[in-house]
Design a protein around this ligand. Sequence first.
Ligand code: FAD
Ligand code: DHB
Length: 389
Amino acid sequence: LTTQVAIIGGGPSGLLLSQLLNRAGIETVILERSTRAHVLSRIRAGILEWGTVELLQVAGVDARMQREGIPHDGCYMTDDERVVHIDFLELTGKRVMVYGQTEVTADLYAAQDAMGTTVLHEVSDVEILDLDQPRSAVEFTHDGTRKRLECLYVAGCDGFHGVSRKTIPEHKRQEFERVYPFGWLGILSETPPVNDELIYSNSRHGFALASMRNSNLVRYYVQVPLTDKVEDWSDQRFWDEFSRRIPSEAAGRLITGPSIEKSIAPLRSFVSEPLRWGNLFLVGDAAHIVPPTGAKGLNLAASDVYYLHDALIEALSGRGTAGIDAYSEKALSRIWKAMRFSWQMTLMLHRFDDEDAFAAQMRRATLDHLAHSETARRDLAENYIGLPF
Ligand code: FAD
Ligand code: DHB
């Protein structure tokens, strides 16, 4: 087997990169550990920055999103009963799009099928070789046999638990990490949204988020201790807890129903530098993780893809290596700003178990400042809608 760019991981990063490269006439092969059904069953992000929306347009995978996605002009932040509206459109001239990661991924698989790209599923024991040679290779097991894929470049799009990052020698990378002492319990339920815009709720009982996928599908979250298991949370317990964490006016309008999905995700900030080692480039969750507060995970993966697709097209069309040489630095400068924003949002909205009264006052003052300062709201909005690429 041979290709120009070997892509490890068929999640949103790998699929979008492949799609953009294919449209520029560059050949790719995608190696994915799971089945397609498994990749498409994972419920994850729900909010797209406008830059992500535009990149999906460039990739030619925006038709269904334009029909079914819901543009949102703002969101709400609360402190118990106090509600602050952040009007993205008025403050920045931009909005965000409600369109689930599952849908983005499904659209990308359909586009890659139409393109005729080779996507191998249920690939195991991936090994990335010869990264310091002019030609590199990826060896893997598929259909019970060991195979070899020769390539010029390798894109490590295999998420936090993938092999790509670990292929870079330990002494050549630096890791930065913050682990938070709680997780998010999320449910999907076929009920109408409690509010027309998202509510990020800071309450004395802990954080809650009211999000949605469409007019009859909600995605709601509550902050939970890391020791909690999904089995500890009946639907009834979830609804009780969720409704006491959102402002009572909203809780009064809440329509409950059975959950159709329920999962717990731990919260973490993580960056591994640099993003390049020889012919290998790390993209998305393979290189960095943000806590979900602020909806940056999927959007950061998209901005990495933006920088890398451009750089690889330049290199593979014989226009030089300036782009791939600058990839790591360029992507990291945006990554660190999204790291800062999601860390700050996490501190502003969650209750920490061991916190003292001072920490609670700091949260309160932050919300109070947001309520009174348009400058503070504009700063939040500018980060939320996404910094420019
Ligand atoms: P992934 O989506 O992780 O894709 C990596 C792919 O590589 C996977 O399909 C995996 O099967 C495959 N792979 C892994 N190892 C190998 C291997 N060795 N060989 C071959 N293939 C391999 N972000 C938000 O903004 N909002 C949210 O609400 C949100 N919720 C999340 C909930 C969870 C549980 C998780 C894990 C993440 C969540 N995120 C959220 C983050 C967001 O989903 C990710 O940032 C996004 O999926 C990153 O895309 P990716 O393609 O880089 O990585
Ligand atoms: C969703 C997830 C987020 O982390 C967020 O900040 C907003 C929305 C969601 O799953 O809908």
